[in-house]
Design a protein around this ligand. Structure first.
Ligand SMILES: Cc1cc2nc3c(=O)[nH]c(=O)nc-3n(C[C@H](O)[C@H](O)[C@H](O)COP(=O)(O)OP(=O)(O)OC[C@H]3O[C@@H](n4cnc5c(N)ncnc54)[C@H](O)[C@@H]3O)c2cc1C
Length: 570
């Protein structure tokens, strides 16, 4: 089943739901006109349909493998990466001074969505590059920028991020990789990193690793961490790849999915690296990359959900089984199959609109520097990451169900979506960690950012009542429920009580945001149009989930922790 890039959906979302017009109205992003947007979506969509989607099965069936210490990538991936690079899709948001397009994150998010849907394993390579580019733009010295940025943006070189160690996963502060000052402006990096995505490949002239490490005497925990740029080949005086650095890929992981993406155990043995940002300022610098990657990973979930939905719909339109009351004679007219397909479509819309809203907030902060936009982007990032990936996993599972037995058979591709997307709720900060971030760090403002968003939802629901009294009322009531739960959370002094309800709270917030964004779409649609119908479906059937979630969110930790670890095991 070929992938169809949902270009019209992005255009509608940009024009009527997430407010790209306000981004375009800024001086910083005045280039992002409707024509430019249309050209980018069309061209990138074409590349995804024609070049990347045909590679999807290759990556699964012919995984990346290690050959004499070098990663050999899946057939066609080198050409696929070249097409991505040649299209300029790595550097959509990057600074034009170094070869980027300087366009909004919202556009980048749409392109990443389409690349993820068509071949997630390959899309991880440019995604890592994008994060590294942003981190270097913000934190690297001018000399590092000059040497690395043009090549990373053009795709001549690729980038990775190295945080995880065996004893330091979610707890990044437990890392033990060491850095020592060489006294010549460079540092020696020694240690082992695990699970490094695209830690090597056989198509880029250099692979540049951003590595977190600790300098001698640095304090324990995240405070003592510094960030280093460690290339596979050390650039010579002309900036070309020179002698090999003291690092290697020890092995590749055998994974549930994403077989085309090499996940490497990396060994650094006194490898030469250069400091990015100040000493012991590593986490702040790495957070630039991580925030970029968090939105990127949430978008991966959305993309996979789109791909899985398209597969399931095509199958349902074709498969005949049992008598239906509908005109097609195929399973699409069974009420339960329709339930699954409508849920999938409605959730893809909600998760995509949330991711794009987050991107717009990032763009507005970039363009204006306004603290409200910074707070909005920071608040939406964990929601976009966790909800986008949960939707990806859920929709991929439902996609298998729609296929019946054929969903369990690999040829249909439904199963691959499930396997590939599963890790997205784990990497780049597990979804549990995202939810804790939402109820802790993102509420250190006393809930101001949360309430500002709830105010906006409520205001719009109020205004929608005239045309859609029932939908307007449902979203308005949901925002009130969310406000109460937010007040409860903020008033809890024992963080354990907040954490116990963090995941249901995040999901409830996403559910309500989804209702708000669907309502906006309905308002922009013709009377009785398909977007209005989809909004009705979402608001009647999916939005009510938030009520139960908010009960759970406010239940506190006591009952949850009452069952001891021994009792769990009994
Ligand atoms: C395919 C793949 C690719 C990856 N790519 C990269 C990469 O490119 N670079 C990189 O650096 N890393 C990468 N990772 C690592 C990934 O980011 C980590 O796996 C992830 O952060 C979780 O760490 P962990 O696996 O050690 O799990 P753990 O931290 O051991 O977590 C286990 C469970 O405990 C929970 N948990 C842990 N701590 C807490 C807490 N304080 N409060 C509540 N719950 C908690 C977690 O949510 C999880 O459910 C990759 C992983 C995979 C599988």
């Amino acid at each position: 089943m070929p992938y169809r890039a949902p270009v019209d959906d992005f255009t509608f979302l940009f024009d009527h739901v997430v407010g790209l017009d306000q981004v375009r109205a800024t001086e910083r992003f005045e280039e992002a006109s409707s024509d430019v947007t249309a050209a980018i979506l069309t061209e990138a969509g074409k590349m995804c349909e024609e070049v990347m989607a045909p590679l999807q099965r290759n990556g699964d069936l012919k995984p990346a493998h290690l050959e004499n210490g070098v990663v050999r990538t899946s057939p066609g991936f080198a050409e696929g990466f070249k097409a991505i690079a040649d299209g300029g899709w790595i550097g959509i948001t990057a600074d034009p001074e170094h070869g980027g397009m300087g366009l909004p994150m919202a556009l980048n998010t749409a392109v990443n969505d389409m690349m993820s849907a068509s071949c997630l394993a390959l899309q991880l390579a440019p995604l890592m590059g994008q994060g590294q580019i942003e981190a270097l733009e913000h934190h690297a010295s001018d000399a590092l920028k000059e040497t690395y940025l043009p090549k990373l943006i053009s795709g001549e070189w690729t980038g990775t991020m190295n945080l995880t160690e065996p004893q330091a996963g979610s707890d990044v502060g437990a890392l033990s990789t060491k850095a020592e000052d060489n006294g010549d402006g460079s540092f020696s990096i020694t240690g082992q990193k695990i699970y490094i995505t695209w830690g090597d490949n056989d198509f880029a002239a250099n692979v540049c690793h951003l590595v977190l490490a600790r300098l001698p005497g640095a304090p324990a925990g995240t405070k003592g961490i510094s960030l280093f740029l460690v290339p596979k080949y050390i650039p010579d005086a002309d900036g070309n790849p020179g002698k090999a650095n003291s690092l290697k890929v020890v092995s590749l992981e055998h994974k549930l999915g994403l077989h085309g993406s090499p996940t490497c155990v990396m060994q650094y043995d006194g490898a030469q690296g250069w400091l990015v940002g100040p000493e012991q300022g590593g986490m702040a610098a790495m957070f630039t990359m991580m925030n970029n990657a968090r939105l990127g990973v949430g978008t991966q979930g959305v993309g996979i959900a789109e791909g899985a939905f398209q597969h399931a719909l095509a199958y349902a339109l074709d498969r005949k089984q049992g008598k239906t009351q509908g005109p097609t004679g195929s399973i699409v007219d069974h009420a339960d199959v329709r339930r699954m397909l409508a849920s999938m479509k409605a959730d893809v819309f909600a998760a995509r609109a949330i991711a794009l809203s987050c991107a717009v907030a990032i763009d507005m902060h970039t363009a204006t520097g306004a603290p409200e936009w910074k707070a909005r982007a920071a608040f939406l990032t964990p929601i976009a990451k966790a909800f986008g990936t949960d939707v990806g996993i859920d929709v991929a599972q439902q996609g298998v169900q729609v296929h019946g037995g054929m969903g369990f058979i690999e040829e249909t591709g439904a199963a691959q979506f499930c396997r590939d997307v599963r890790v997205t709720s784990i990497y780049e900060g597990t979804n549990g960690i995202q939810a804790m971030d939402l109820v802790a760090r993102k509420m250190m403002d006393g809930g101001e950012a949360a309430h500002a968003l709830i105010d906006a939802i409520e205001e719009q629901a109020e205004a929608a009542r005239e045309r859609f009294p029932r939908m307007g009322e449902a979203v308005w009531q949901a925002s009130e429920n969310l406000r109460e739960a937010t007040e409860w959370l903020v008033s809890q002094k024992d963080m354990e009580d907040r954490f116990a309800g963090a995941v249901p709270y995040l999901r409830a917030f996403a559910r309500v945001l989804g209702g708000h964004l669907h309502l906006k779409a309905a308002l922009a649609d013709a009377v009785g149009g398909p977007r209005e119908k989809l909004a009705r479906f979402y608001i009647q059937r999916l939005l009510p989930e938030h009520e139960g979630l908010l009960v759970y969110a406010q239940a506190g930790a006591k009952a949850l922790m009452a069952l001891s670890a021994d009792e769990l095991a009994a």
